[in-house]
Design a protein. Sequence first.
Length: 481
Amino acid sequence: MSLKYKTIKGILWNSFEMFGGKLIQIAITIILARILSPEDFGVLGLLVIFTELSKVVLDSGFAQALIRKKDVNQVDFTSVFYFNIVVGIAVYILLYLLTPFISGFYNYPELTDIARVVFVSILINSFGIVQNAKIVREVNFKALAKRTIIANLISGIIAILLAHRGFGVWSLVIQMILASFFRVVLLWRFSNWLPSFSFSFKPIKELFVFSGNLLLSGIFDVIVSNIQTLLIGKFYSKAALGFYTQGKQLSSLPAQTLTSIVRNVTYPTLSVIQDNVDELRGAYRKIIKMAVFVIMPLMLGLLAVGNNLIPFVLGDKWIPSVSYFMLLCITGAFFPLYSIGQNLFLVRGNSKLYLKVSILKRIIALIAILITIRYSVLILVIGQVITSFINTIIMMIFSGREINYSLKEQIKDISAIILIAIIMATTVFVFGAKVNIASTLWMLIVQTVLGFIVFTSGVFIFKLDVLTDLKSVIVTIKNRK
């Protein structure tokens, strides 16, 4: 099987996993949002920074190290497996003891019991990290697709039933626990790997040379990325946090889902050509152009219809989320440039520079948060959008140096796509503001069709070469069939 076809096949299955899993997640979130209150979602938002930080510590960068290592063996996998479980137990015990202080920080005593149950998901996840890394290494995204869709569907249905029966925030807690449980169980079911009794600290030390920098970078990233929720929960109401987290979640889902598909699949395949800079640069240019071609118009299009989309999907009680959603769509539009660029550091094995760039970016973001949090949540979000743009430029500069791909060349490759997407979004937004259509559904349909026509027309007028790359992908798939 050729590297190109293996990559395309992986993208298709990973797309199915991401889209199928996220569509189910979105559908369930919409149903739950109509049943539960913004305060219920806000309570879970209080714990986001702790759960996300625990995931980074639990993984410790070993998953990426296992995927990248060329001569990985059974001892490597087994040693990391047992190490992750020990870390998972230690992290859970630590958080269990800290929950009274967490609830005291938020002045919300009921949070203690909720947090102790939520944190069980951390312990559960520790049993599936190695299996997940092995499947990704083998580019077997078909197994991951089954796992994600089944787990999300079962846990989501149970959460909806519990919400209908008045369980409130506990329906969200149980959903989180069940989703983790089913994902791990299915990973064991679909993976052909089992741990042995051959534990050794040697591979842990060897892998940590690479993964240690990823761990430090991940910790710093999580703290700065989620400190907004911590501060909003501390200084504003739980409802305000609920509006923010819902706007952030819905705006980030499309961009992060699509970008994750590209990152997950291209990382193991690009690792194969990591020593050939010219080939790596050519492959990366195609990847980034196709990613921007899909994600940029999608996110700016969502921004343009946000005023109608959020009330229609979630209900009028979520209208305060609209402004957050629309602003954060701008961040999502540039997300692939930032996120996929990180892959170059990992592929090239330059985890030290990865750490340094991450620290620089997060210092900028942290300064903006500390300046804006005192004014309002809206000002905080505006600051978040500005810093995300600055950090994207920083990432493009440093990641481009890894493959001799300058910032000027990168901007030149994607400038036409960005221009067409902006024209499309402006047209759709102005249409929605000037034209009065009584039915919100019909307004969204008309805006979507209009956006598609404008963007498609722009693509053919500018004769974008990304169409050639897309055609090549389609031809490869047909030839293999």
